[in-house]
Ligand binder design. Structure first.
Ligand SMILES: Cc1ncc(COP(=O)(O)O)c(C=O)c1O
Length: 472
């Protein structure tokens, strides 16, 4: 490889720059499968950085299946790259006659979700166990709606905010399960919570506005704010959730994940919730509450949503069916203050008209007939067992050398290791283990990983942990 460049003046940590440059080079086909890459020592000398910085970037690339280390011969671009690596999106390639907008120019491929190579144990963070979803029932519901549909069902929907029956179901579900206080009119059905975020940013944020963000925090939210030119204000996270002491006076927006902070997994305490609501009210800050997996809590009752506590503070509440049903459904919801209903309806119409009608109708019925509640109860039991299996396996194989963060909730746990060779061992032993690094706005401490346990059997979880401990 005529290799890569990094800048010591960039705000992006050097390790991240090396990782990004290599990954982009591989994705764009500049570095070919089976091509040798410089040794960590050579690259460190060329770039004038510490060798451990290069080694850490390489470890992550190895863990994700982009590079492979061959004992005694060196490090190579994987001959079998992760499948379904998307080709370089056109907007990332330069065209002599096309000038990108600032938004377009701000997009980088790290917004995409890499797919693991086949045959690995994949601790996937975002995916529920799809084998357990009652698809035959879902098929019946869709068929029933298709059979009885009138011509109008196939026209543009009358309301961009969604099917009225589904909005009513969502309003009562959010009130019952999450203590959200709203009318069905405040519910806008969107294409997953990612669209809820995108619409919120479009209608509420100017370039250069200050957005406070949990650090570490959900990278896909961070990338949206960054692409829209927000000034990001990283706030640390402690055992009670996001730390607000340094919340700037001019903060326009704060993004939080109070029921299961992403990625650390801590639940925001009541005291912190009240402090956030008070400070947001004083500063005129809009709170974006992403309640992405609050349904999965394995001990005690979940704390009700921030939205339900907020009185007159401006909270935009987002929920999704990606975790409790399946991600390809692409249905989520945003619950907005009454004054924003019309703005969100117009923004949704301009963005993509409305969510697909048949799926919305089938989902409303799935909820009305109690199938969603039943499925969640069953998954909560199953995921609780898987989480316990994961914690036991970590304890057995690592003991005090692994620190598990967060509460008994959600579909993943974040783990901090002492052993710097975890990523390398995971890659060598065919375990796909997401690093927590990309969720940091500042230099990541490294050696932190996110173990999604929901989609793996207890047996695979135990086997995966044995493999990364070097005993598999
Ligand atoms: C913090 C967080 N919010 C939201 C989502 C869900 O996104 P969507 O509803 O667009 O599928 C995820 C999925 O991984 C997530 O981790």
């Amino acid at each position: 490889m005529s290799f890569i460049t990094v800048s010591s003046r960039s705000a992006t940590p050097l390790r991240r720059q090396i990782y990004d440059e290599c990954r982009h080079g591989i994705l764009a086909g500049r570095f070919r499968p089976a091509e040798r890459v410089p040794s960590t020592r050579d690259l460190a000398v060329t770039l004038s950085v510490a060798r451990t910085t290069v080694a850490e970037a390489y470890d992550q690339l190895i863990a994700e299946g982009y590079l492979e280390a061959v004992r005694g011969s060196g490090t190579f671009v994987c001959s079998q790259l992760p499948q379904a690596i998307p080709p370089a999106p056109p907007q990332l390639a330069k065209h002599p006659l096309i000038r990108l907008s600032r938004y377009g120019a701000g997009l980088t491929q790290d917004v995409l979700r890499p797919s693991p190579p086949p045959g690995v144990i994949h601790f996937t963070t975002g995916t529920p166990d799809l084998r357990e979803f009652p698809f035959s029932l879902w098929r019946q519901l869709l068929t029933r709606h298709l059979r009885t549909a009138k011509t109008a069902t196939f026209d543009y929907a009358a309301d961009p905010a969604g099917d009225p029956a589904l909005r009513a179901q969502v309003a009562s579900y959010a009130a019952r399960i999450r203590g959200v206080s709203c009318s069905p009119e405040q519910v806008v059905i969107v294409n997953g919570s990612q669209q809820a975020l995108d619409l919120s940013v479009r209608v509420l944020l100017e370039r250069g506005d200050s957005v406070a963000f949990e650090n570490p925090g959900y990278y896909a939210a961070h990338r949206i704010f960054r692409a829209h030119g927000a000034r990001l204000q990283p706030l640390p996270v402690d055992a009670e959730g996001v730390v607000l002491r340094r919340l700037a006076a001019d903060t326009r927006m704060i993004y939080v994940t109070p029921s299961h902070q992403f990625p650390t997994g801590v639940a925001m305490s009541v005291a912190r919730r009240l402090e956030l609501i008070r400070m947001a009210r004083e500063r005129g800050t809009v709170i974006l509450e992403d309640d992405y997996s609050s349904e999965f809590r394995y001990s005690g009752a979940p704390l009700p949503s921030l939205q339900g506590l907020s009185n007159d503070a401006a909270v935009i509440y987002m929920g999704t069916f990606s975790k409790v049903m399946f991600p390809a459904l692409r249905i989520g919801y945003v619950i907005v203050p009454p004054q924003l209903i019309e703005t969100f309806r117009c923004a949704k119409w301009l963005a993509d008209r409305h969510a697909p009608g048949l799926e919305q109708a089938a989902l409303a019925e799935f909820m009305r007939e109690g199938h969603l509640d039943r499925h969640i109860r069953r998954m909560r039991r199953l995921y609780g067992q898987r989480r316990s299996a994961l914690l036991e396996a970590l304890e057995k194989n690592f003991g005090a050398r692994a620190t598990v963060l967060g509460d008994a909730a959600g579909m993943h746990v974040m783990v901090r290791f002492e052993d710097p060779a975890i990523a390398r061992r995971a890659a060598r032993n065919r375990v796909w283990l997401p690093s927590a690094d990309q969720n940091y706005l500042t230099n990541p401490p490294g050696n932190e990983f996110i173990f999604g346990f929901a989609a793996l059997t207890e047996r695979s979880i135990r086997e995966g942990i044995r493999r990364i401990a070097g005993s598999g």
